[in-house]
Design a protein around this ligand. Structure first.
Ligand SMILES: C[S@@+](CC[C@H](N)C(=O)[O-])C[C@H]1O[C@@H](n2cnc3c(N)ncnc32)[C@H](O)[C@@H]1O
Length: 330
């Protein structure tokens, strides 16, 4: 049995030194310093979603997820609230819960409350790229939990996994949370590759390990359009903030934004288009006028595709749920 009464703390697992991480994402996906990036078979210059998650980006994100048309967060939060007791009863004492890309932690709170109510002794690790976001989220825990130890891990989720392997008891059960359409939300090949990596590195050990993964499966394009675009320009500011993040590394460019959906599979993405020829001095690259940068691709895979992903990654699906009001499945 574990008894924790510590105050929450935030451990720097590389969060203060993320420049190399961002540079490598930029060079691989946007600048193509090696070879053209073609995760879906066709080359694309991609602004990796991690760029959207600096402190300013996460504040905008938090506002966006509270906007009336942005159904996803609310629907998912309702689902977790509805299932919190059931989920908690499946979690055994001593479990390590790792919230991968925890954001503002709003959705996880009902699960932690249910664990506390059921007197389950667990260690909760919230992992994110933004220290500010961790500080804001973890403030919610400083109150009255007696059974749950909360720790923030500031850095990437890969660093979080490596840290946990070094620092935490391998015999304890693990539950990984991928909430908010994170894992599985990519072109199929890289989505499966990432899941397979986690299956091998994190889930297939000797411990009783599992992942709770949520995914938006909405394919109604009007709903999608309203969700991302009808929110007083919040979404566009969110995307542009991510682009400014790259400019902090590379220098300024001029772009126009458009957003839209695509079929087969249904996905929503934004595109930044160069309004003029842009020279990226840092790497001697010229992007012609009209060059498009894809940003924030959101694939709307339903249960069948997700089951295929799990199978291809070597994962076994224990249970699946659908959000009470929206088309979201576990
Ligand atoms: C779509 S938000 C989801 C937030 C939260 N899980 C939720 O459902 O509300 C993605 C989160 O993942 C974080 N993130 C993105 N890439 C990351 C990485 N490589 N390592 C750790 N966190 C990451 C972002 O900072 C952001 O908070």
């Amino acid at each position: 049995m574990f008894i924790f009464r510590d105050k929450t703390q935030i451990i720097d697992i590389g969060g203060s030194q993320l420049t190399a991480f961002f540079e490598s994402l930029l060079h691989q996906a946007l600048l193509w310093t090696g070879k053209p990036y073609a995760p879906g078979g066709l080359p694309q210059r991609l602004l990796a979603s991690a760029f959207l998650s600096d402190d300013a980006g996460l504040l905008l994100w938090s506002d966006l997820t509270r906007a009336p048309n942005y159904y996803q967060t609310e629907a998912e939060a309702e689902l977790i609230q509805e299932k919190a007791d059931e989920l908690s009863s499946r979690i055994e004492d001593g479990t390590i819960i790792m919230d991968l890309g925890c954001g503002d932690i709003r959705k996880t709170i009902p699960l932690l409350q249910a664990l506390e109510k059921q007197k389950k002794f667990v260690s909760y690790y919230a992992i994110d790229l933004s220290r500010k976001s961790l500080e804001n989220g973890l403030r919610r825990f400083e109150s009255d939990y007696h059974h749950i130890q909360c720790t923030g891990l500031w850095g990437t989720w890969d660093a979080g996994l490596a840290w946990s392997k070094q620092m935490l008891d391998a015999r304890r059960s693990r539950l990984y949370l991928s909430l908010g359409s994170i894992f599985g939300n990519d072109h199929l090949e890289p989505a499966i590759a990432r899941l397979r990596g986690w299956a091998q590195e994190a889930l297939c050990g000797s411990t009783n390990s599992s992942m709770l993964l949520t995914m938006d499966a909405t394919t109604d394009k009007d709903l999608l359009h309203a969700s991302y675009n009808e929110n007083d320009g919040l979404y566009e500011r969110f995307i542009r903030n991510g682009f400014r993040h790259t400019n902090r590394i590379l220098g300024r460019t001029g772009t126009r934004t458009r957003t839209g959906s695509a079929d087969n599979p249904v996905m929503h993405r934004s595109v930044l288009r160069a309004k003029r020829r842009v020279r990226v001095h840092a790497v001697g690259l010229v992007l012609d006028e009209g060059t498009e940068l894809d940003c924030y691709e959101n694939f709307k895979y339903g249960p069948t595709v997700m089951h295929d992903q799990f199978a291809a990654a070597g994962l076994h699906c224990i249970e699946q749920w659908k959000a009470p009001k929206a088309n979201i499945c576990k």
